[in-house]
Design a protein around this ligand. Structure first.
Ligand SMILES: Cc1cc2nc3c(=O)[nH]c(=O)nc-3n(C[C@H](O)[C@H](O)[C@H](O)COP(=O)(O)OP(=O)(O)OC[C@H]3O[C@@H](n4cnc5c(N)ncnc54)[C@H](O)[C@@H]3O)c2cc1C
Length: 351
């Protein structure tokens, strides 16, 4: 089978990279190989690839910055490495700017570019890892802001047909850490560019309590977007491990949303359980608190662990395999289920 695929690949106008080590392209840092890899630098690369699909391995996987994925086994088939670059100004006036950004640009340097140029809207999302192309997928969010607030539309190539398809903000069906691109039927769309509408007269969003407190501690009463970016970075660095030092993918689980009635029942047994109102009937329960209550904060088994300063984060202290981290995370969520009857959904994609 492998010999047959290699022969076919040999006949194609480009070559795939066999047995490719993608460990450095992931923030968990667990050793992982792709059966074949191919960097995508433009839509044309995708069109060419799709037109040769009959000669390709049948399974395709898209890898951005690898900061929201845990690999528990080698990646079969073809891994597409997102490498489409560039920031293009589509429109600019005195009030706003519309930027079309290549999916392979790194997110945080893009945020830095915006803040330096006075474009507001993404400063609360500072120091989130990964690529621009992945930002709509789970509608990245932090410190009271979600990226869907500034996304105008998303450009994709359908990997089944080779067609260019644009998704408006409404088409994306954004929700809490989710969008249409998370559903299995839409994984065939390779996001090539994201278009953002940013304000040149930004209203900073300091509604998030810990951000407000940190700004107040620094005596900043009228923060600029640069103040917000700096403070968010400081807050994140105090809580989250730097993937260059300790492998991780940020929050491993999502916060839990429950009905008011269910929450009232929980409160009878757990009077200290924290909560935040989302709507009149929907309550958010912080997953970090649930995990800590079950005694996992700082727990370590070999090189797999639960981060001592933020128990939502599963970590690789060095030589943990993907399966070790996955096994530990399953025990964490089973114990939360057994204690509270709440099932933690993963934020990280497990492959
Ligand atoms: C320390 C740390 C802190 C973090 N904090 C936050 C946070 O505060 N908020 C938050 O929301 N996230 C956070 N994350 C998670 C992560 O950084 C984001 O989800 C990020 O958007 C993932 O981008 P990526 O390029 O690394 O995606 P990857 O991990 O490479 O991919 C994620 C998924 O998207 C798919 N995909 C990637 N690129 C494309 C594309 N161009 N087209 C189609 N599909 C694609 C992949 O197949 C995969 O299923 C954090 C991660 C780390 C390591």
């Amino acid at each position: 089978m492998i010999i047959r695929i290699c022969q076919k690949i040999f006949c194609m106008p480009f070559s795939l990279l066999p047995n490719y080590d993608i460990t450095p392209f992931t923030t968990f840092g667990v050793p992982t190989y792709a059966e074949y890899a191919f960097p995508i630098a433009s839509e044309t690369d995708l069109h060419t690839l799709v037109s040769h699909a009959h000669d390709m391995p049948p399974e395709w996987f898209i890898l951005g910055g690898g900061s929201n994925i845990l690999f528990s086994r080698p990646i079969r088939g073809l891994t597409l490495l997102v490498d489409i670059r560039g920031i293009e100004h589509l429109h600019e006036d005195t009030r706003e700017v519309v930027l079309r950004v290549g999916a392979g640009e790194s997110w945080d340097p893009f945020v830095s570019y915006c803040v330096t140029n006075g474009y507001g809207g993404v400063e609360n999302l500072s120091l989130i890892y990964g690529s621009v192309g992945a930002t709509p997928i789970q509608n990245i969010g932090a410190y009271g802001t979600e990226v869907s607030e500034v996304i105008e539309y998303v450009e994709t190539v359908d990997l089944q047909t080779g067609e260019d398809v644009t998704f408006s903000r409404e088409d994306c069906r954004f929700g809490y850490r989710t969008s249409i691109f998370k559903s299995p039927a839409y994984r065939r769309y390779f996001i090539t560019h994201v278009v953002y509408r940013l304000s040149k007269n930004p209203q900073v969003n300091t509604s998030y309590r810990s951000l407000q407190t940190a700004l107040a501690t620094k005596d900043i009463s009228s923060p600029t977007i640069a103040d917000v970016r700096r403070t968010v970075i400081e807050l994140r660095q105090s809580k989250l491990p730097d993937p260059a030092q300790v492998g991780n993918a940020g929050s491993f689980f999502q916060n839990v949303h429950v009905s008011q009635a269910f929450f009232a029942e929980l409160q009878k047994t757990f009077p200290d359980i924290p909560s935040f109102s989302i709507t009149r009937d929907i309550i958010k329960v912080p997953a970090a608190w649930l995990i800590e209550y079950c005694g996992w904060k700082g727990y370590r088994e070999g090189d797999a662990g639960v981060w001592p300063y933020q128990p939502l984060v599963m970590v690789n202290y060095g030589k943990a395999g993907g399966q070790d981290i996955l096994d530990l995370s399953e025990r964490v969520r089973t114990s939360v289920w057994n204690t509270f009857g709440l099932w933690l959904e993963r934020e990280v994609t497990v492959y």
